[in-house]
Design a protein around this ligand. Sequence first.
Ligand SMILES: Cc1cc2nc3c(=O)[nH]c(=O)nc-3n(C[C@H](O)[C@H](O)[C@H](O)COP(=O)(O)O)c2cc1C
Ligand code: SF4
Ligand code: SF4
Length: 297
Amino acid sequence: MGKIVAGAAVAAIGLPALNSCAGKPQKKRIVLYFTATGNSLYVARQLAESEEQLLSIPQMVKQNRYEFEADEIGIVYPIYGHMPPNMVRNFIRKARLKAEYKFAVLTYGARKCDAVEIWNDLSARAGNAFDYIATLVMVDNWLPNFDMNEQVKMDKHIPENLQRIAGEISSRRQWQEPVSEEERQMHAGFMALSGLDPEVGFLKRSERYFAVTDACIDCGVCTDVCPRGNYELTSNGVAMQGDCDFCFACIQNCPQKAIRFRQDSGDPLLAQGEKNPDARYRNEHVSLMDIKRANGQ
Ligand SMILES: Cc1cc2nc3c(=O)[nH]c(=O)nc-3n(C[C@H](O)[C@H](O)[C@H](O)COP(=O)(O)O)c2cc1C
Ligand code: SF4
Ligand code: SF4
């Protein structure tokens, strides 16, 4: 297993500075992240000192790297059904994070429920307890319920909330965002409806849920943005199969909007199809190349 010690280079990021006064040693921070449409990468970037200290979880998994050491280690991921993506869940179970201070920021779009408690429980059980866990509301990329064109118009106060979170992390606040009993109940209701296994979260089969239409131009983007490498270009066009985090990197980043959900009346979350098949989303601060670098297998 590889061991990563963060470098000390510092980049200006416009948020509270991490480096200390002259003469004092700088704090070394690394930020692990998982992203499909860039929200979590954007947040991770704002919390990292430099690009070198940003570590994509799919890349770490690909390289079989699970040991990390720094003064401060952060993790940023999108919640899926209030739970971490399957890959993040498996990563934290195997990881050994050695740091004085560990923080987690969970991005979401509409309803966080008890996501903070779920992460606290999961990470503590894995021997990686976190000192600080917060959520940040951003654009909701859950296509079945939300129109991306409407989502991007909503003001979710991201800069203010992100600045507050960055400040709290800089001062090493020990804190876990509170969860109400009502939120716990809402999550229980969601789990009953979805039939998801709480120990697995979203783990589907890509070939069951996605289809490629004639609009495909064989550009290969889908082959580069899937963190599981499920897509390939063949002589018969694009083929895809495999265990799927349901992250939507493929469907959201296809420039032709040629990837569609298959009609699936057997899955209660997808029985209605999707809200707007012509609307797709990627965070405005994140490029397609960034997603490819983060997820390419
Ligand atoms: C499979 C899936 C499940 C999701 N579940 C939730 C959820 O339970 N609550 C919520 O508020 N947002 C949910 N979202 C929205 C994402 O958490 C949110 O848009 C996140 O910021 C996307 O991050 P990314 O751009 O880094 O991929 C879900 C998205 C997906 C794809
Ligand atoms: S990203 Fe879309 S257009 Fe490009 S190869 Fe994949 S399905 Fe086809
Ligand atoms: S097939 Fe699509 S939704 Fe599934 S893991 Fe790959 S990019 Fe994500």
